[in-house]
Write a protein that binds this ligand. Structure first.
Ligand SMILES: [Zn+2]
Length: 493
């Protein structure tokens, strides 16, 4: 794309707007979309006169997806790609850095995985960061975050929420840098904790509030990037800390993102210690409202569900992590029947082991159908909404749907693959959820800029990022063999 090309036109055999105004279930045959700068200008069914008008009007400023970029003579037909255009996926909960340790400490429960994968990796980065920077040419945090952006773009995730649980062990500037370089959209939930972890991970209230102010001052104006508070866990934050964070969030009219009730044994322990469930604890501290995003929420009492419904809080379900770690699954069918907003996400690469958000959606549906012995539950259409329009709304982003005036964040999924053949308008949504393997994302556009062009990464050097990350993980492996990991006295993540 040259500098003066401010318009992108894409035409495809199928188009799914996933938009409340255009109809969430609308399936357009031979659809097109035109972007103007960072915004969607037109979307709808294609007709030859539309193509002629657009070519005539925008001429050299127009980039037509799937063609070379040199001139479009009169009478020339805009190609109809064999694909489906849909909004980019919105990941409502994930953690950067984790792609450095996928596949480690599998077949272990949450707490053991934290001790055997997460903590050793953070200790490794802490101890070796200067050597690693010299060896790799960039900080290990930036490298790992760039790999996370690569994964996101690979799977068609255009917006991600990045929960920085261990704030004081991670590096926000590197994370911001990875998002800027990749061209993706990000909400960073800045973590905090003041109990239940070893001292190096703990914060004081003053530290947490002043760093929220400092981070907003430093990065609040960065393009496609926003900061919200994200206390790590309910059990790792005192009522005092939660109240202070809520006061800050209220002043800044913003969301709060928190892990809640992920693992049954841990939730039982919480109940015994604080004589209330995590949700009741949050409610008592004044945090439960429509600005609250509860991540996991696997274990619920009827009172918890009533509080969530009445206060308008949302839930982010992470089926890959919840099943791999044996944590159990939240009652999302009941939640949805109660009109509680539920988004589906991947969680971090370390526990979910992949950022394949379509696979996360499929698992969520498959599990509920089998559990309730009812194939009608969580149909593909709902699942697709739960990884696009629902999380976008939850995160207050102007994307997740394709309509005039929305952010130009979209993807094209290749329908020429054997596993997606035959696909027609009557089965396209179903095939995306049930037949795709996640690798068919051929084009990715964010803010009207192409990040992936016919499977080729444009903003990131794929080979370099992959090789460097492989090197980092090899060094971690050697380091782990030399040092037996310290046991960390934490209670969950
Ligand atoms: Zn998480």
């Amino acid at each position: 794309m040259t500098a003066n090309q401010q318009y992108i036109m894409i035409r495809s055999r199928l188009l799914l707007p996933l938009d409340e105004e255009l109809g969430l279930e609308t399936r357009i045959e031979d659809g097109y979309l035109l972007t103007e700068g960072a915004i969607i200008k037109e979307v709808g069914p294609y007709r030859p006169e539309i193509g002629e008008r657009i070519i005539r009007t925008y001429g050299e400023k127009l980039r037509i997806i799937g063609t070379d970029q040199d001139g479009h003579p009169a009478g020339w037909e805009i190609p109809c790609l064999n694909g489906v255009i849909l909004p980019g996926f919105v990941k409502a909960h994930g953690h950067d850095i984790q792609s450095g340790y996928i596949g480690i400490a599998k077949d272990e429960s949450l707490l053991d995985w934290l001790d055997h994968a997460v903590s050793p990796f953070f200790h490794f980065l802490d101890e070796s960061k200067e050597d690693l920077r010299e060896h790799l040419g960039v900080t290990p945090y930036l490298l790992a975050s760039l790999k996370d952006r690569l994964d996101d773009i690979y799977y068609g995730i255009t917006s991600s929420l990045n929960h920085i649980c261990h704030f004081n062990r991670e590096n926000l500037p590197d994370l911001v840098e990875s998002n800027t370089r990749a061209g993706t959209r990000m909400v960073a939930a800045l973590g905090c904790k003041d109990r239940a972890f070893e001292p190096i991970f703990l914060d004081t209230i003053e530290e947490v509030i002043s760093r929220l102010d400092e981070c907003v001052a430093a990065f609040g104006g960065v393009e496609r990037f926003r900061i919200i508070p994200g206390p790590d866990q309910v059990f790792s934050n005192s009522e005092k800390m939660l109240k202070a964070v809520k006061a800050w969030a209220r002043d800044h009219d913003t969301l709060i993102h928190i892990h809640s009730s992920e693992e049954p044994a841990n939730t039982r322990r919480f109940y015994r210690k604080y004589l209330s469930s995590p949700v009741q604890y949050l409610h008592r501290a004044g945090l439960m409202d429509e600005n609250m995003m509860l991540v996991h929420q696997v274990n619920n009492t009827p009172v918890d569900l009533a509080i969530i419904r009445e206060t308008g809080a949302g839930v982010v379900h992470n089926p890959l992590a919840n099943t791999i770690l044996g944590s159990g699954m939240p009652p999302i069918v009941e939640m949805m029947e109660m009109k509680i907003p539920v988004a589906i996400s991947t969680d971090g690469s370390g526990s979910g082991d992949s950022q394949n958000i379509l696979a996360a959606g499929r698992l969520a549906s498959q599990y509920q159908k089998a559990l309730h012995q009812d194939a009608r539950l969580l149909p593909a259409q709902k699942v697709l909404e739960m990884i696009t329009v629902v999380p976008a709304k939850m995160l207050r982003l102007n994307c997740g749907s394709l309509r005039e005036g929305k952010d130009a964040d979209l993807i094209l999924i290749d329908l020429s693959r054997p596993n997606l053949t035959p696909t027609r308008s009557d089965n396209v949504v179903e095939n995306l959820i049930w037949a795709s393997d996640g690798s068919e994302v051929r084009w990715v556009i964010v803010d009207g800029k192409i990040l992936k062009d016919d499977y080729r990464f444009i903003t990131l050097d794929e080979e370099k990022v992959r090789n460097d990350l492989q090197e980092l993980s090899q060094l971690f492996f050697l380091h782990s063999k030399k040092n037996s990991p310290d046991k960390v006295a934490n209670e969950g993540n």
